[in-house]
Design a protein around this ligand. Structure first.
Ligand SMILES: Cc1cc2nc3c(=O)[nH]c(=O)nc-3n(C[C@H](O)[C@H](O)[C@H](O)COP(=O)(O)OP(=O)(O)OC[C@H]3O[C@@H](n4cnc5c(N)ncnc54)[C@H](O)[C@@H]3O)c2cc1C
Length: 417
């Protein structure tokens, strides 16, 4: 018998599923569809969002197939600095801010859960983060941010030069207008996290087909047919989590690509342990001794070429704050392309019957991916979830307003570097 999930007459069966779980019985055996290819959920795109959804769904007994047109995790997820920056990042709305904080806090248990399920470390590190202001205008913005966080019940510590120098003795040689310390900020190693997610999802029974591009999705009654180059797959439900990939089945507008370049250096001794977020750049001290310096922002650029100017700019800005980094060996330079939604709020939830979307997480896809995967799985199991404000049904308004904005400005490229 095939495991069913809410959507048809499934409520009853999913209750049966939970009763079996409570009594320690294995999930119901899964019956393949008549064509041998019927999955409960087919996921298009194996970045952190697709993999997290796969992990959470498979751990509840759903039969999941994940498809990616290249190696899993080699989209934006591979390029991330791994900050779980709920408070150092700016969020579009209050709901998104709270989701980000919850997403960061979720990592505390989720990282352990993943490590157990995958037998791999994700290098979770909770050492807090500094946010610096160099001008009076930036100081004003920082104070506004601190006031907002305190009002919303989140801890932030106002700091000054002596606090910063006490923690990071080298960081005294530049003009500082203001600073704040966010003690609950954390980070993971993004590539290790992707690898652990993938392994944990597979260990829970999910199936992954890499180098398999989804070309289209077609409705078949309440279900879907997912079309690849060489086969058609039947799916009870589909999740589109294809990042900056081309829009599938015209279900969603294409996401706006925002390229980011990064540099990793590895000094003999790490001169600081908490992430430092300056107005232009950030520096993330990883558990393995590297420091990731990021990142540029170039809207409209899908390429992964790294510009010499971007590298020298990132290194100059970093050395202005931590001069000894000038001597640190460069380990790697790279670029990735963030998927941004037209209004800056991610899409996560049900778009139409049995079709779900997770995309547009822009600068905070790692941070939000754990909780997003958990909540999308709750949504698919017909349970209350926290994704209401990310509802993808708002897509048309956004697509049109983005098009209008493009026509109005005559360009979609913005280079902040
Ligand atoms: C330089 C940089 C630094 C960043 N730093 C951070 C950070 O510190 N903290 C943070 O939280 N976030 C960070 N981000 C953002 C984060 O990386 C992204 O938001 C996140 O990885 C998005 O994940 P995703 O799963 O939605 O997309 P992706 O990781 O892009 O995954 C989408 C997948 O879909 C696949 N795909 C596309 N089209 C198809 C198709 N037709 N068929 C099959 N597969 C398809 C792609 O191959 C890809 O693997 C950073 C991003 C960049 C570029």
């Amino acid at each position: 018998m095939k495991l069913q999930m809410p959507g048809q007459q499934e409520q009853l069966l999913s209750q049966e599923f939970f009763m079996r779980m409570i009594h320690g019985e294995p999930p119901l055996p899964i019956e393949k569809g008549a064509d041998g290819n019927m999955y409960d959920v087919v996921i298009a795109g194996a970045g952190v969002n697709g993999l997290s959804a796969a992990y959470h769904l498979a751990s509840r007994g759903a039969e999941v197939l994940i498809l990616d047109e290249r190696e899993a995790g080699k989209g934006a997820s591979d390029a991330a600095a791994g900050m779980l920056g709920a408070q150092t990042e700016k969020h579009q709305t209050k709901e998104l801010f709270h989701f980000a904080v919850e997403g960061r806090n979720y990592f505390e248990s989720f990282s352990t859960q993943l490590e157990e399920a995958s037998q791999q470390s994700v290098h979770y590190r909770k050492e807090g983060a500094w946010k610096l202001a160099f001008t009076s205008e930036e100081k004003g913005d920082l104070e506004e941010l601190m006031t907002f966080h305190r009002k919303e019940g989140e801890e932030v510590i106002a700091a000054d030069r002596s606090d910063l120098v006490h923690a990071v003795p080298e960081a005294g040689a530049f003009h500082l207008e203001g600073a704040a310390f966010f003690p609950h900020e954390a980070q993971v190693d993004a590539r290790r996290y992707v690898s652990a997610l993938k392994k944990a999802a597979l260990n829970n029974g999910a199936v992954l087909l890499e180098y398999t591009s989804v070309k289209d999705i077609k409705r078949r009654g309440e279900n879907w047919t997912v079309v690849t180059e060489d086969r058609e797959l039947s799916a009870g439900k589909v999740i589109l989590s294809h990042g900056t990939g081309r829009s599938l089945g015209y279900a969603m507008p294409d996401m706006i690509p925002v390229k980011g370049e990064c540099v990793a250096v590895k000094p003999k001794v790490q001169p600081f342990i908490s992430t430092i977020v300056a107005p232009q750049i950030y520096m993330v001290p990883k558990k393995d001794g590297r420091i990731i310096i990021g990142a540029t922002e170039t809207e409209g650029d899908y390429t992964k070429t790294v510009r010499a100017g971007a590298v020298s700019w990132l290194i100059e800005e970093a050395c202005r704050i931590i001069p000894s980094l000038r001597e640190a060996p460069v380990q790697e330079i790279w670029a990735g392309v963030r998927p941004k939604s037209p209004d800056g709020i991610p899409f996560a939830g049900e778009l139409e019957k049995n079709l779900y979307v997770i995309s547009g997480h822009y600068r905070n896809g790692i941070l939000m991916s754990g909780l997003t995967g958990k909540e999308i799985s709750r949504s698919i199991f017909g349970e209350n979830n926290e994704l209401y404000f990310m509802c993808p049904k708002r897509r048309n308004t956004n697509a049109h307003s983005y098009e209008r904005e493009r026509l109005r400005t005559g360009s979609k490229c913005k280079d902040d570097t």
